[in-house]
Design a protein. Sequence first.
Length: 381
Amino acid sequence: MLDITDGLRAWYAAQRDLALATIVAVSGSAPRGPGASLAVDDRGTALGSLSGGCVESAVHELCLEAIGSGKGGVHRFGYSDDDAFAVGLTCGGVLDVLITPVRGHDPVRPVIGSVLDAAARGTRAALARVVSGPPAQLGRALAVHADGTRAGGLGSGAALDRAAAARVRAMLLAGRTGTAELGTAGGLCGEPLTLLVESAAEPPRLIVYGAVDFAAALTRIGAFLGHRVTVCDARPVFATPARFPDADEVIVDWPHRHLAAERDAGRLDGRTAVCVLTHDAKFDVPLLDLALRLPLAYVGAMGSRRTHAERARRLQEEGLPQAALARLRSPIGLDLGGATPEETALAIAAEFTAVRHGGTVLPLVQRPGPVHRRTSGATVP
């Protein structure tokens, strides 16, 4: 749902009735994962996509029916070997899709609206909807905000709502979208519920140290990939917004001092990628000594193998543990064969994307199994 926030908020502002179709679970190969949504309004207009076209027509009809009847539910779509033209996924996967009517008088409408508003403001919030459990509770929604406040409910009393809110908030703070299992009594007993939790979290961060031409290209591709991009350099003549128009912020400071300030302010997390492009020991060594001790998603440094060997020696002299040093991606990037700043930026972005998602970096033709791999509790930017 959060992938179509702007369009949904426009429909809310126009007081449109609508139905929301959201992927709950995926097995096998499928183009998109849990949380991806298609919305249909009372005029038949559609927003978003679930499968790139395989099941959209059938889901569109189900959404129109839900707007008329007020009844939703979970529907399964899979490929049929007996009839390749039946509704399903030609890539061979299976999708479970939750259809939720969101009309003007439906209790779920303000709950969903509160999460959409939070996402638009850039603040953290999560929406949990019941996708499996007692029929009376299917589709019930609970909104949970980072400060612990909540809206809506799952329809089985305060104890369940409190237990659900605690589980959902933990997923929110981790920036995770996926399913969570919960007992109806608010604990591990009772008839279980399955919740689809969609987290609206801040974009992952990309911090680029070194205001060089390679950094300008990396900033552009980082912004394109949905990161909040920071460029930092100690040299004010190079670290200017005019040179990095795609960056969210350009900071003039010593790199290690800037990273320490970000750490102390709580602005770093396990999704943060740090790319060190200065290849100057007076900047690199203190910066990498700090970065490699932090639980960051990715730390990479530009330079030749000789430069890397010298940096590694200095870092070891500073007392950096070998296990921490082994996390350093240097020379930075994947071997794509390119050399221009843009090609180098692509190689770097490909590497931190692969690290973030656990990619093999093999050509798909060489990797067995489904093309689209999904893991439980997928992360949202």
